[in-house]
Design a protein around this ligand. Structure first.
Ligand code: NAI
Length: 334
């Protein structure tokens, strides 16, 4: 049995890891704390640490993990923008779960979009208060509208299929064009000009940081809906808030937010929110924010647990892991 230290544990993660860990011969020490320079030493005596999207695996954390004998970090997520890969190079191996359930994320993007355009979030609150008025609840049909996808990897393609099913025209921008049925590839400026809905499905890299900024928002159609289930920093949140306040946008559905690590995944309902931009976004009737939950289905959690444990077992047995970052030549330091 190899020991691993599991950071930022939530009950829903633990349930799936507990069910599978013995099968992979792995003993898991669960910690509720995030992986930080202060907590990294908790991994002492473990060959690997298991981390999630908001564990900031920076130079200091990497140094501390290495000092404590940790050889590898297994991310239980797809994105790895939270790892300083330059600092990790040749010191710490980093694995990820490249795909677990693209449909879980795509279906959540669809849920955000359908809720926004039909205002069901507002109707739900109204009828609970015995207010059965329809005033202000007029929506739009998605049928016949154009959706612009930025990124057509696993999640983007799954979302494209849903949009096709809704009778939408699907256009997309991606440096790697895929075989996706019913997708017209266009450049980003044309996508901004034509799309009624824009949904982000690309990774966060140096070149996609604040991809949606003031000029991009200005180039979009009036009344456009923006959906982001990818990474918060793809959008300049202040620019987005401005565009919501000046009526440029029809609405925004956000499962991720650039400063999410201070608030998402935690119950802070008894506290004030110190982030004014987030606070203002939350107040708007046409902004719907979920707390990075697009991955949160039983199917996805099971697949995450299975691949993370498989990654670790493969590394412990062979010293290699097919899902190692860097082995695939990816260098991203944001
Ligand atoms: P993927 O790696 O299969 O696809 C990403 C696509 O983005 C690729 O086709 C790539 O060529 C494209 N791309 C890269 N740079 C681009 C650019 N500048 N413009 C347009 N396209 C670009 O990734 P997958 O599995 O589809 O996931 C997409 C994103 O979803 C991930 O990067 C991750 O950040 C996010 N995600 C969010 C989750 C959540 O719970 N909210 C859960 C899982 C993933």
């Amino acid at each position: 049995m190899e020991n691993v230290a599991f950071f930022d544990t939530k009950p829903y993660d633990r349930e799936h890891f507990d069910r599978l860990k013995d099968r992979y011969g792995i003993s898991v020490r669960y910690y509720y704390d995030r992986l930080t320079p202060d907590t990294a030493a908790l991994a002492s005596g473990c060959r690997a640490a298991v981390a999630f999207v908001n564990d900031n695996i920076d130079r200091e954390v990497i140094a501390s993990l290495c000092e404590n004998g940790v050889e590898a970090v297994a991310l239980r997520c797809a994105g790895f923008n939270n790892v300083d890969l330059d600092a990790a190079a040749e010191r710490l191996r980093v694995f990820r779960v490249p795909a677990y359930s693209p449909s879980s994320v795509a279906e959540h993007a669809a849920a955000l979009l359908l809720t926004l355009v039909r205002k069901t979030h507002r109707a739900y609150n109204r009828t609970r208060d015995h207010n059965f008025s329809l005033k202000g609840l007029t929506g739009i049909d998605l049928y016949g509208k154009t959706v612009g996808l930025i990124g057509t990897g696993r999640v983007g393609l799954s979302f494209a299929a849903i949009c096709n099913g809704l009778g939408m025209d699907v256009i997309a921008s991606d440096p790697v064009q895929s075989w996706g049925r019913g997708i017209e590839y266009v450049d980003l400026s044309e996508l901004f000009r034509r799309a009624d809905v824009i949904s982000l499905h690309c990774p966060l890299t140096q070149s996609t940081f604040h991809l949606i900024d003031r000029p991009a928002l200005r180039a979009m159609k009036d009344g456009v809906y923006i959906i982001n289930t990818s990474r918060g920093a793809l959008i300049d949140s202040e620019a987005l808030l401005e565009a919501i306040k000046n009526g440029k946008l029809g609405g925004a559905g956000l499962d991720v937010y650039e400063e999410e690590s201070d608030v998402f995944f935690e119950d802070i309902s008894g506290s004030v929110i110190r982030d004014d931009v987030l606070d203002m976004l939350l107040c708007q009737p046409n902004v719907l924010i979920t707390s990075h939950q697009a991955f949160l289905t039983n199917e996805a959690l099971e697949a995450i647990a299975k691949t993370t444990l498989q990654n670790l077992r493969e590394y412990f047995d062979t010293g290699e892991c097919a899902n190692e970052i860097g082995a695939q030549g990816m260098k991203i330091t944001i």
